[in-house]
Design a protein around this ligand. Structure first.
Ligand code: 5GP
Length: 188
């Protein structure tokens, strides 16, 4: 596997990570979004091969058997997510650095696998209440999946200390600027 650098961003669901990641990609032409594989259903507007590679559970299992993943995990009940080796290679081959949007366990697994070339960043919401409010406003969750996401977020907060950088997303502009600085420092 040829390697370049890797930016690994983890955050509780509802921390505003997706918007931040989008902003960061706009201002960092040398970063490319690493498209993960997953088995959850696409949300309205999500596209296979752009947001995720959406697979059935059987297809996902076949990829596990082929050792196609750098890491994979059941992130939510019955829903698998994973980073494909071929995806990182695809991006490195273009001369770019992959930006991996991943959950906390996955981020730490990647850091362990690529200690020298990976930089791990944790995005924090200002508070759990704010996080719940943002998740509700998104309108993509049922009462049940919202609670699961909030519980997971609270659990994930405990792992922030294991990340190399923490960015608190209170104000989008400031958080983007801070993220940009971290990425520039590491990739230049
Ligand atoms: P969502 O369903 O909201 O798109 O993503 C749910 C969670 O899965 C997020 O925390 C996201 O970062 C994480 N995730 C996305 N891709 C991967 C991956 O390839 N591996 C792991 N371990 N988690 C991922």
């Amino acid at each position: 596997m040829a390697t370049g650098k890797l930016i690994v961003i983890a955050a509780p669901s509802g921390s505003g990570k997706t918007t931040l990641v989008k902003r960061l990609l706009e201002v960092c032409p040398h970063l490319s979004f690493s498209i993960s594989a997953c088995t959850r259903q696409p949300r309205p507007g999500e596209v296979h091969g752009k947001d995720y590679y959406f697979y059935s559970e059987d297809e996902f299992r076949a990829l596990i058997d082929k050792d196609a993943f750098v890491e994979w995990e059941m992130v939510y009940t019955g829903k698998y997510y994973g980073t494909l080796k071929s995806e990182l290679q695809r991006i490195w081959d273009t001369g770019h650095s992959p930006l991996i949007d991943i959950d906390v366990q996955g981020a730490l697994a990647i850091k362990k696998k690529f200690p020298d070339i990976a930089r791990t960043i944790f995005i924090e919401a200002p508070s759990v209440e704010e996080l719940r409010r943002r998740l509700k406003a998104r309108g993509t969750e049922t009462e049940e999946t919202l609670e699961e996401r909030v519980n997971k977020a609270v659990h994930e907060l405990r792992f922030a200390q294991y990340f190399e950088r923490i960015v608190i997303n209170e104000n989008l502009e400031e958080a983007t600027a801070e993220l940009l600085k971290v990425v520039e420092e590491f990739t230049r």
